[in-house]
Design a binder for this molecule. Structure first.
Ligand code: M5T
Ligand code: MG
Length: 242
Protein backbone atom coordinates (compact mmCIF):
# COMPACT_ATOMS: atom_id res chain seq x y z
CA UNK A 1 0.00 0.00 0.00
CA UNK A 2 0.92 3.66 -0.02
CA UNK A 3 3.04 5.06 2.77
CA UNK A 4 0.91 6.59 5.48
CA UNK A 5 2.01 9.35 7.80
CA UNK A 6 1.33 12.57 5.92
CA UNK A 7 1.07 15.42 8.42
CA UNK A 8 -0.53 18.69 7.44
CA UNK A 9 -1.07 21.81 9.53
CA UNK A 10 -3.49 24.12 7.76
CA UNK A 11 -3.72 27.75 8.95
CA UNK A 12 -3.50 26.70 12.58
CA UNK A 13 -3.99 29.27 15.32
CA UNK A 14 -3.88 28.19 18.94
CA UNK A 15 -4.22 29.82 22.37
CA UNK A 16 -3.93 28.01 25.71
CA UNK A 17 -7.20 27.78 27.62
CA UNK A 18 -7.76 31.07 29.42
CA UNK A 19 -4.93 32.86 27.61
CA UNK A 20 -5.64 36.13 25.84
CA UNK A 21 -3.25 35.91 22.94
CA UNK A 22 -2.44 32.95 20.70
CA UNK A 23 0.91 31.14 21.07
CA UNK A 24 0.64 29.93 17.45
CA UNK A 25 -0.62 31.99 14.54
CA UNK A 26 -1.52 30.79 11.08
CA UNK A 27 0.83 27.78 11.02
CA UNK A 28 0.85 25.87 7.72
CA UNK A 29 3.20 23.14 6.60
CA UNK A 30 3.20 19.60 5.28
CA UNK A 31 5.47 16.72 6.28
CA UNK A 32 5.62 13.65 4.03
CA UNK A 33 6.68 10.10 4.81
CA UNK A 34 10.43 9.80 4.27
CA UNK A 35 10.97 13.45 5.16
CA UNK A 36 12.55 15.05 8.18
CA UNK A 37 11.10 18.43 9.08
CA UNK A 38 12.97 20.47 11.69
CA UNK A 39 11.56 23.24 13.84
CA UNK A 40 13.89 25.80 15.33
CA UNK A 41 13.27 29.02 17.21
CA UNK A 42 14.06 30.77 20.46
CA UNK A 43 12.71 29.64 23.82
CA UNK A 44 9.01 30.35 24.10
CA UNK A 45 8.54 30.63 20.33
CA UNK A 46 5.93 27.84 20.39
CA UNK A 47 7.80 24.70 19.27
CA UNK A 48 6.42 22.41 21.99
CA UNK A 49 2.95 23.87 21.58
CA UNK A 50 3.09 23.20 17.83
CA UNK A 51 3.95 19.51 18.33
CA UNK A 52 1.28 19.07 21.01
CA UNK A 53 -1.55 19.64 18.53
CA UNK A 54 -0.89 16.50 16.48
CA UNK A 55 -1.47 13.99 19.32
CA UNK A 56 -4.30 16.29 20.46
CA UNK A 57 -2.90 17.32 23.81
CA UNK A 58 -4.77 20.46 22.77
CA UNK A 59 -7.00 21.37 19.85
CA UNK A 60 -6.44 24.52 17.79
CA UNK A 61 -8.87 27.42 17.90
CA UNK A 62 -8.71 27.87 14.14
CA UNK A 63 -7.45 25.82 11.24
CA UNK A 64 -6.87 22.11 11.06
CA UNK A 65 -4.26 19.47 11.79
CA UNK A 66 -4.59 16.52 9.44
CA UNK A 67 -3.10 13.05 9.47
CA UNK A 68 -3.31 11.31 6.11
CA UNK A 69 -5.88 13.84 5.04
CA UNK A 70 -8.19 13.31 8.02
CA UNK A 71 -8.55 16.07 10.65
CA UNK A 72 -7.19 14.66 13.92
CA UNK A 73 -10.19 16.29 15.63
CA UNK A 74 -12.26 13.55 13.98
CA UNK A 75 -9.97 10.67 14.98
CA UNK A 76 -9.96 8.97 18.34
CA UNK A 77 -6.88 9.38 20.48
CA UNK A 78 -6.04 5.68 20.51
CA UNK A 79 -5.90 5.70 16.73
CA UNK A 80 -3.60 8.74 16.73
CA UNK A 81 -1.38 7.19 19.43
CA UNK A 82 -0.92 4.10 17.28
CA UNK A 83 0.36 6.20 14.42
CA UNK A 84 2.17 9.06 16.13
CA UNK A 85 4.91 8.82 18.77
CA UNK A 86 5.82 11.97 20.67
CA UNK A 87 9.09 12.02 22.59
CA UNK A 88 8.36 14.90 24.96
CA UNK A 89 10.82 17.60 25.94
CA UNK A 90 10.75 16.31 29.51
CA UNK A 91 10.80 12.60 28.85
CA UNK A 92 8.82 10.61 31.36
CA UNK A 93 9.56 7.18 32.79
CA UNK A 94 7.22 5.46 35.17
CA UNK A 95 7.94 3.19 38.08
CA UNK A 96 8.55 -0.34 36.77
CA UNK A 97 11.24 -2.17 34.84
CA UNK A 98 13.08 -0.82 31.81
CA UNK A 99 11.24 -3.47 29.83
CA UNK A 100 7.83 -2.18 31.00
CA UNK A 101 8.85 1.34 30.13
CA UNK A 102 9.94 0.31 26.63
CA UNK A 103 6.88 -1.83 25.90
CA UNK A 104 4.49 0.93 26.91
CA UNK A 105 1.88 1.06 24.17
CA UNK A 106 3.21 -2.00 22.37
CA UNK A 107 3.08 -4.98 24.66
CA UNK A 108 3.75 -7.59 21.96
CA UNK A 109 7.24 -6.32 21.08
CA UNK A 110 9.90 -9.05 21.29
CA UNK A 111 13.03 -8.73 23.43
CA UNK A 112 15.01 -8.50 20.21
CA UNK A 113 12.94 -5.51 19.12
CA UNK A 114 13.60 -3.86 22.48
CA UNK A 115 17.36 -4.35 22.12
CA UNK A 116 17.32 -3.10 18.53
CA UNK A 117 15.49 0.06 19.63
CA UNK A 118 17.95 0.53 22.48
CA UNK A 119 20.85 0.11 20.09
CA UNK A 120 19.51 2.80 17.74
CA UNK A 121 18.81 5.09 20.73
CA UNK A 122 22.39 4.56 21.97
CA UNK A 123 21.01 3.08 25.18
CA UNK A 124 21.96 -0.59 24.86
CA UNK A 125 25.32 -0.29 26.60
CA UNK A 126 24.08 1.22 29.83
CA UNK A 127 21.14 -1.19 30.02
CA UNK A 128 23.43 -4.16 29.39
CA UNK A 129 25.77 -2.91 32.11
CA UNK A 130 22.97 -3.08 34.68
CA UNK A 131 22.85 -6.28 36.70
CA UNK A 132 19.23 -7.00 35.76
CA UNK A 133 19.41 -5.67 32.20
CA UNK A 134 15.90 -5.10 30.80
CA UNK A 135 14.49 -6.18 34.16
CA UNK A 136 16.20 -3.32 36.01
CA UNK A 137 13.80 -1.17 37.96
CA UNK A 138 13.19 2.47 37.17
CA UNK A 139 11.92 4.57 40.06
CA UNK A 140 8.92 6.87 39.70
CA UNK A 141 9.80 9.68 37.30
CA UNK A 142 13.02 7.92 36.32
CA UNK A 143 15.06 9.61 39.00
CA UNK A 144 17.54 6.71 39.19
CA UNK A 145 18.75 7.20 35.60
CA UNK A 146 20.55 10.27 34.24
CA UNK A 147 18.80 12.86 32.07
CA UNK A 148 20.58 11.61 28.96
CA UNK A 149 19.73 7.98 29.77
CA UNK A 150 16.11 8.94 30.35
CA UNK A 151 16.03 10.67 26.98
CA UNK A 152 17.48 7.62 25.26
CA UNK A 153 14.98 5.26 26.90
CA UNK A 154 12.13 7.49 25.77
CA UNK A 155 13.52 7.56 22.22
CA UNK A 156 13.78 3.74 22.34
CA UNK A 157 10.19 3.54 23.59
CA UNK A 158 9.04 5.56 20.58
CA UNK A 159 10.99 3.28 18.23
CA UNK A 160 9.47 0.15 19.79
CA UNK A 161 5.98 1.45 19.00
CA UNK A 162 6.85 1.63 15.26
CA UNK A 163 4.73 4.68 14.50
CA UNK A 164 4.24 6.30 11.10
CA UNK A 165 5.12 9.72 12.56
CA UNK A 166 7.86 10.58 15.06
CA UNK A 167 7.83 13.83 16.99
CA UNK A 168 11.09 14.56 18.79
CA UNK A 169 10.86 17.56 21.10
CA UNK A 170 14.39 18.64 21.81
CA UNK A 171 15.27 14.97 22.32
CA UNK A 172 18.93 15.19 21.44
CA UNK A 173 20.14 18.20 23.40
CA UNK A 174 21.05 16.29 26.58
CA UNK A 175 23.36 14.10 24.49
CA UNK A 176 26.94 15.03 23.69
CA UNK A 177 27.59 15.96 20.06
CA UNK A 178 29.14 12.57 19.18
CA UNK A 179 26.26 10.56 20.68
CA UNK A 180 23.75 12.88 19.02
CA UNK A 181 25.42 12.26 15.63
CA UNK A 182 25.59 8.47 16.15
CA UNK A 183 21.97 8.34 17.25
CA UNK A 184 20.69 10.32 14.29
CA UNK A 185 22.72 8.21 11.85
CA UNK A 186 21.20 5.02 13.33
CA UNK A 187 17.76 6.61 13.38
CA UNK A 188 17.90 7.29 9.65
CA UNK A 189 17.66 3.60 8.82
CA UNK A 190 14.81 2.75 11.14
CA UNK A 191 12.75 5.86 10.31
CA UNK A 192 13.55 5.88 6.57
CA UNK A 193 9.94 5.71 5.37
CA UNK A 194 8.35 7.39 8.39
CA UNK A 195 7.61 11.08 8.85
CA UNK A 196 10.00 12.74 11.30
CA UNK A 197 9.49 16.12 12.92
CA UNK A 198 12.39 17.30 15.08
CA UNK A 199 12.47 20.27 17.40
CA UNK A 200 16.10 21.15 17.99
CA UNK A 201 18.32 23.65 19.74
CA UNK A 202 21.54 22.64 18.05
CA UNK A 203 21.98 23.52 14.39
CA UNK A 204 24.16 20.44 13.79
CA UNK A 205 21.15 18.27 14.65
CA UNK A 206 19.10 19.60 11.75
CA UNK A 207 21.45 20.63 8.93
CA UNK A 208 20.32 17.61 6.88
CA UNK A 209 16.59 18.15 7.38
CA UNK A 210 14.52 18.29 4.19
CA UNK A 211 12.90 21.45 5.46
CA UNK A 212 13.53 23.68 8.44
CA UNK A 213 10.73 25.86 9.83
CA UNK A 214 11.94 28.94 11.69
CA UNK A 215 9.47 29.82 14.43
CA UNK A 216 9.39 33.24 16.01
CA UNK A 217 6.71 34.35 18.43
CA UNK A 218 4.29 31.66 17.26
CA UNK A 219 4.73 32.30 13.56
CA UNK A 220 6.71 30.53 10.87
CA UNK A 221 8.88 33.43 9.73
CA UNK A 222 11.10 31.51 7.32
CA UNK A 223 11.40 28.02 5.85
CA UNK A 224 13.87 26.16 3.68
CA UNK A 225 16.92 23.93 3.80
CA UNK A 226 19.89 24.81 5.99
CA UNK A 227 21.73 26.24 2.97
CA UNK A 228 18.73 28.25 1.77
CA UNK A 229 18.10 29.70 5.23
CA UNK A 230 21.76 30.63 5.69
CA UNK A 231 21.39 32.75 2.58
CA UNK A 232 17.92 34.18 3.13
CA UNK A 233 16.90 34.22 6.80
CA UNK A 234 18.29 36.80 9.24
CA UNK A 235 16.46 35.01 12.10
CA UNK A 236 18.13 31.73 11.17
CA UNK A 237 21.52 33.41 10.83
CA UNK A 238 21.09 34.79 14.33
CA UNK A 239 20.36 31.30 15.69
CA UNK A 240 23.37 29.86 13.86
CA UNK A 241 25.65 32.53 15.29
CA UNK A 242 24.31 32.28 18.86
C1 M5T B 1 5.13 28.91 23.96
C2 M5T B 1 3.19 29.14 26.79
C3 M5T B 1 4.61 29.47 27.19
C4 M5T B 1 5.10 30.32 26.06
C5 M5T B 1 4.32 29.80 24.86
C6 M5T B 1 3.77 24.20 27.07
C7 M5T B 1 3.03 25.46 27.47
C8 M5T B 1 3.41 26.70 27.01
N1 M5T B 1 2.74 27.85 27.35
C9 M5T B 1 1.61 27.80 28.15
O1 M5T B 1 0.99 28.81 28.43
N2 M5T B 1 1.19 26.56 28.62
C10 M5T B 1 1.85 25.39 28.31
O2 M5T B 1 1.44 24.29 28.73
O3 M5T B 1 3.23 29.05 25.38
O4 M5T B 1 5.70 27.87 24.74
P1 M5T B 1 6.38 26.56 24.14
O5 M5T B 1 5.53 26.04 23.05
O6 M5T B 1 6.64 25.65 25.27
O7 M5T B 1 7.74 27.16 23.54
P2 M5T B 1 9.07 26.41 23.03
O8 M5T B 1 8.87 24.94 23.06
O9 M5T B 1 9.44 27.01 21.73
O10 M5T B 1 10.16 26.83 24.11
P3 M5T B 1 11.46 26.03 24.62
O11 M5T B 1 11.86 26.71 25.89
O12 M5T B 1 11.09 24.60 24.86
O13 M5T B 1 12.54 26.19 23.58
O14 M5T B 1 4.75 31.67 26.25
O15 M5T B 1 4.62 30.18 28.41
MG1 MG C 1 9.68 23.41 24.10
Amino acid sequence: GTLAGVVEYRNVTFAYPGAESPVLSNISFTAQPGQTIAIIGSTGSGKTSLLSLLPRLYDPAEGEVLLDGVPVSRMDRADITRRVALVPQRPYLFSGTIEHNLRFGKTDATDQELWEALQVAQGDEFVRAKKNGLGSRISQGGTNVSGGQRQRLCIARALVSRPRVYLFDDSFSALDVATDARLRAALKGITADATVIIVAQRISTITEADQILVLDNGRIVDRGTHQELLETSPTYQEIVES
